[in-house]
Design a protein around this ligand. Structure first.
Ligand code: G1P
Length: 274
């Protein structure tokens, strides 16, 4: 099924990166020479997405400026991506589900993708593109196995069955306790969703942390639409955390021939200090 639109929820406060995120949106933090949102954009383009809907807020204007500038760079060049950009405001950060709901009027009635730029996925192919290829009408979320002690950071699937890289869920729980978690298969920030989700989100009561949780809407839709997890290939870095962002930077530096020598030198020097 063709998926044309992606929602980028970029309205979060990024408090884990204070003080830098007082002045720079979290999504504009860099991995070497490109901001996180650029990597998400490239993944979406490679997955066939044409329309980009940013759910943004006060203080995030540099994202709009960045993509204006990027399109100017592309102008007139062959191979330039065919894409359009829309920006909608989320006046207060009320959760991922609420951010997605803000995009309702720009989606109309077609399935769409959601990508959280702070989940950086280094993948030989486009993770969202692979998900779109497998999408068959059931809501889909990218999933990965996480250590048991980390389940409370994620939406966790209760598995009904598995076939290849597709996991059918019988339930899903947002940030369960270690004791309550039904598995250690966690959702990461890539989704392909039915537009029916808006009706559910509109009626949803606040959940964990008093926020409108996308996971709660996915749970409510299991009887009608279904929910599958997509086990993706590649490496995921949680760039919403300092450790994850640093790991992503080191990984990308190591992948880049012009920078890997610096990495080698650093490691050698570091070892002599040990
Ligand atoms: C959100 C979702 C959660 C998901 C996570 C992936 O949580 O609510 O289900 O597992 O993203 O990164 P957040 O990290 O915004 O608290």
């Amino acid at each position: 099924m063709k998926i044309r639109k992606v929602v980028f929820p970029v309205g979060g406060l990024g408090t884990r990166f204070h003080p830098i995120t007082r002045a720079i949106p979290k999504e504009m933090l860099g991995i070497i020479d490109k901001p996180l949102i650029h990597y998400a954009f490239e993944e979406a383009i490679a997955g066939g997405i044409e329309q980009f809907i940013f759910v943004t807020r006060q203080g995030k204007n540099s994202i709009e400026d960045y993509f204006d500038g990027m399109l100017l760079d592309y102008e007139g060049k062959s191979g330039a991506p065919k894409c359009s950009f829309c920006y909608v405001r989320q006046s207060e950060p009320r959760g991922l589900g609420h951010a997605v709901l803000c995009a309702k009027n720009l989606i109309n009635n077609e399935p769409f993708a959601v990508m959280c730029a702070d989940d950086f996925i280094y993948h030989p192919k486009s993770c969202i593109g692979e998900m779109i290829k497998h999408y068959d009408g059931a809501n889909m979320a990218a999933v990965m196995t996480v250590p048991r002690e980390d389940v409370s950071k994620y939406g966790i699937l209760d598995i009904e069955s598995e076939q290849g890289n597709i996991v059918k869920a019988k339930s899903v729980d947002e940030k369960p306790s270690i004791e309550a978690a039904k598995s250690n298969l966690a959702i990461v920030g890539r989704y392909v969703l039915s537009a029916d989700i808006f009706e559910v989100l509109e009626k949803l009561k606040p959940g964990v942390k008093g926020e409108i949780q996308l996971t709660d809407a996915l749970l409510e839709m299991i009887p009608s639409v279904g929910l599958v997890g997509f086990k993706f290939e590649g490496l995921r870095f949680d760039c919403g955390s300092k450790m994850g962002l640093l790991a992503a930077i080191l990984h990308m530096a190591n992948e880049d021939k012009s920078l890997s020598a610096v990495m080698d030198r650093f490691c050698r020097t570091h070892n002599t200090y040990k």
